[in-house]
Design a protein around this ligand. Structure first.
Ligand code: NI
Length: 137
């Protein structure tokens, strides 16, 4: 029987964003995104949960070292997005609507190359305590 274990590391960042499509009218943006489209941006306290699944290493007993995950997320995600305006300050969302869905996909793509091939990676991102997404689903 497989002894796969899921390991979770919770991190946090604050960021501002605005949901809108420049190719649509103000009315269409308002209809699609409501207050999230207001032009002067708004902020969220994002809670990020990184899940790595695999078998514990026979020597260490770890799937991955928690310190290693924490350092990786700090370096690749938190330093990039914390206290930033996602629309204005980041390359990743210059042309991509910074919805929670898209932020989760971007975070996954930034982390995946650093995670061992035999390990699965999943991102859970809370935009508010009640609204959260997971990728891959
Ligand atoms: Ni928002």
């Amino acid at each position: 029987m497989s002894k796969r274990v899921a390991v979770y590391r919770k991190e946090h960042f604050n960021a501002a964003h605005r949901l809108f499509r420049p190719d649509l009218s103000a009315q269409e943006n308002d209809r699609l995104f409501g207050k999230c489209a207001l032009p002067n941006y708004h902020g969220h306290n994002y809670e990020l949960i990184v899940k790595v699944t695999g078998e514990p290493d026979p020597i260490t007993g770890y799937v991955v070292d928690m310190k290693w995950i924490s350092d990786l997320v700090q370096e690749k995600i938190i330093e990039r997005f914390d206290h930033r305006n996602l629309n204005l300050d980041t390359q990743e969302f210059k042309a991509l609507n910074p919805t929670a869905e898209n932020i989760a996909i971007v975070i996954y793509d930034l982390l995946r190359p650093h995670v061992l091939a035999q390990h699965d990676l999943q991102i859970r991102l809370y935009e508010t305590p009640r609204n959260f997404v997971e990728y891959p689903a």
